[in-house]
Write a protein of this length. Structure first.
Length: 214
């Protein structure tokens, strides 16, 4: 069986290397390595997400979470855009977490971005979940992942997902709405759907399933 970016302990490595990452409004340098998600460039779905999602800076006071953070381009953009907020960067992949931590230190964001494994997630609500989710883990695992995080979003919060159209973006939108999270398609670009997911009525009161992450 081949290695995946959502493996907890990737074996292959080509050594860390710097890359230029073009985020909306800025270009930054980060380090990356094989065995993590899209190590050679900013993934096109992530680019659609960053360019199209709304302003999260004014959401209620609770952490904003990058689920499946990889080496950290999403949380870097969020933390640079919202300098007064706290963030969690969560990934099942130990190498991705180490790279993300290194990148947050390089960018001067380590004091506001807490890099976590799924086992380290605090038992507290969040203001938003932002993710280019690991669709290829399979539908049951994906649904469990989303249920866990969306159940933590407080009233007035929101979440943003980017999903390839041909990998089930429209059926996922329908499922999320059926589960009680009002979901709207914000844009469709380059084969990706950008979804905004509202908090469930009453906020983070649902009982989440066991946690997991990219």
């Amino acid at each position: 069986m081949g290695e995946h970016y959502f493996d907890a302990e990737p074996r292959s490595s080509s050594g860390s290397r710097p890359i230029k990452v073009s985020l909306p409004g800025r270009q930054i340098e980060m380090v990356t390595e094989g065995g993590v998600f899209s190590p050679k460039r900013l993934d096109p779905g992530t680019k659609v997400l960053l360019e199209g999602m709304g302003d999260l800076c004014g959401l209620p006071d609770a952490p904003i979470v990058d689920v499946g953070c990889g080496y950290g381009p999403i949380v870097a953009h969020l933390a640079l855009t919202c300098p007064e907020r706290r963030f969690w960067a969560v990934d099942v992949n130990a190498r991705a977490r180490q790279l993300c931590h290194t990148n947050m230190e390089m960018l001067g964001l380590a004091d506001r971005v807490q890099v976590l494994s799924p086992q380290e997630i605090p038992a507290q609500p969040i203001a938003a979940m932002v993710s280019n989710p690991p669709i290829r883990v399979g539908k049951p695992a994906l649904h469990e992942l989303l249920e866990f995080w969306l159940s933590k979003v407080i009233a007035g919060g929101e979440s943003w997902l980017v999903v390839q159209k041909h990998l089930g973006a429209d059926s996922l939108k329908h499922w999320l709405t059926e589960q009680g999270w009002p979901t709207e398609k914000i844009s469709s670009k380059k084969g990706y759907r950008l979804l905004r997911v509202g908090a469930a009525p009453g906020g983070s009161q649902r009982q989440p399933a066991r946690s997991s992450s990219r």
